[in-house]
Write a protein that binds this ligand. Structure first.
Ligand code: ZN
Length: 445
């Protein structure tokens, strides 16, 4: 367990931690201070391009766990190579200007690495983006110019992994936008209901987020709902659960897009809100919780023109990384990832306790639910979070291939994975990436 102190990357730590990493990698977790990513600075003399192998890998999959065990055999020489590489400042020249996507990805990768040590409730996070699931790892570049790795496991944790959460959020936001577009094209209407409940710092997250889930379930139950549904022509809903943390503790709230056969009049929208809030309040009070007041509910009409804006907003919300890092963190309302970032910045034990509570109490919670039949109605393919996180980008070009030993070195050097992706995203015909890969060749023992 780390205590949030900022420690400069230490090659010795690579060897030291190699004995305890959960995925049995010999390389462990180099401690990485956040905010100042330890990407190698400039200064390294230019290196002639070598004959790094490129092209498609054999594709022969290796057993999931076996990949890490195999790395252990090469522990000593791999660790030595990693340590040597770490000393080489300018291993990759800084990319200079970063796109917003690249900048956000650096933050997410650094945060994911740091969270490995403080997320015992999410053991698969420790393997995410590190352990191989194939003989070799490929660096690929999609048609839109973004690079990614294949042959590496992903955890699919929407609550605890900033990298997987971002990928899942982007896909979910697209699904919602597609559904809303189809629905508007068919002449339908959409109202967004927001429901929350009173809370204090003393309320446990497990309790309030369970109350929120139960409250929404109640909205869609009973004779009153059937009457409301039939009167207003409700055809379905998409519900998201969001949780932030502020001065009054955890703040769980539900956003539900309610789709109707035609746009609702203001009076009809109010009738929908009153029904939803009445059922929500009854469910919350039944569990002995303080009575939600009127401000705990809101109904907003979503228009066709606002889909893109809404989908972007929703993607950011689902991702949970909004407001984190350089984007500027709010001191009054923080996302869970912002809480974790604060912990790594300051070492505040309260923030660590909050993160621990978060990953423990959100276990099993569903972030997004669709009413039955709605996805089929708009031809949305069913995919789990894990499937989305592991999905391969179609028509991506293989830019480089790394052997098991080379990948082990890459994992051991802080910030190197993200820099490899940035190298592959340069429009230089893969020259930068090839130069980097040529330096990863592990000499024979
Ligand atoms: Zn992950």
């Amino acid at each position: 367990m780390v205590c949030g102190l900022k420690v400069a990357p230490d090659p010795r730590a690579v060897n030291r931690e190699s004995r305890q990493t959960p995925c049995s990698s010999p390389l462990g977790t180099p401690t990485t201070p956040l905010g100042t990513p330890p990407y190698p600075p400039s200064g390294m003399p230019a290196v002639a391009a070598a004959t790094a192998p490129t092209g498609r890998a054999s594709g022969r999959p290796a057993p999931r766990e076996a990949s890490c065990t195999q790395l252990e055999k090469n522990a000593s020489r791999v660790s030595t190579t990693a340590a040597a590489l770490e000393k080489q400042s300018g291993f990759i020249r800084p990319g200079g200007w970063l796109s917003p996507h690249q900048d956000a990805r650096r933050q997410r990768y650094a945060l994911r690495d740091a969270l490995r040590d403080v997320s015992p409730q999410t053991p698969r996070l420790a393997k995410c983006g590190r352990c191989r699931v194939a003989d070799r790892v490929e660096v690929r570049r999609g048609v839109e110019g973004r690079a990614h790795f294949t042959g590496v496991t992903s955890c699919g944790s929407v609550w605890a992994c900033p990298v997987c959460a971002a990928k899942i959020a982007a896909r979910r936001a697209d699904e919602v936008a597609l559904t809303l577009s189809g629905h508007f094209a068919a002449g339908g209407g959409v109202v967004m209901l927001t429901l929350t409940l009173p809370h204090t710092v003393g309320d446990r997250l497990k309790r309030t987020r369970t109350l929120a889930a139960a409250g929404w379930k109640r909205v869609m139950q009973g004779r009153a709902w059937i009457t409301t549904r039939d009167t207003l022509g409700v055809v379905g809903f998409i519900r998201t659960l969001e949780v932030t943390h502020g001065a009054n503790g955890w703040h769980p709230h539900v956003h539900a897009l309610v789709l109707t056969e035609s746009p609702l009049e203001p009076s009809e929208r109010e009738a929908l809100r009153l029904h939803a809030f009445g059922a929500w309040r009854a469910a919350v009070v039944k569990q002995g919780h303080p009575v939600p007041q009127d401000w705990c509910s809101k109904a907003t009409t979503i228009t066709d023109e606002g889909i893109a804006q809404y989908a972007t907003k929703m993607g950011a919300a689902l991702e949970l990384t909004q407001g984190a890092g350089k984007l500027g963190r709010s001191t009054t309302s923080r996302t869970p990832f912002a809480v974790a970032l604060d912990y790594f910045d300051t070492g505040d034990a309260d923030d660590l306790a909050l993160w621990m509570e978060w990953q423990r109490d959100m276990k099993g919670a569903r972030q997004l639910t669709w009413s039955r039949g709605l996805k089929a109605r708009y031809a949305i393919t069913e995919q789990t979070d894990e499937q989305i996180a592991a999905a391969e980008v179609p028509d991506a070009t293989v830019m480089g291939v790394l052997s098991a030993d080379e990948w082990a070195v890459v994992v051991a050097v802080p910030g190197l994975r993200v820099r490899l992706l940035e190298a592959a995203e340069r429009n230089d015909g893969g020259m930068t990436l090839e130069r980097v890969l040529s330096r990863l060749r592990v000499p024979p023992p």
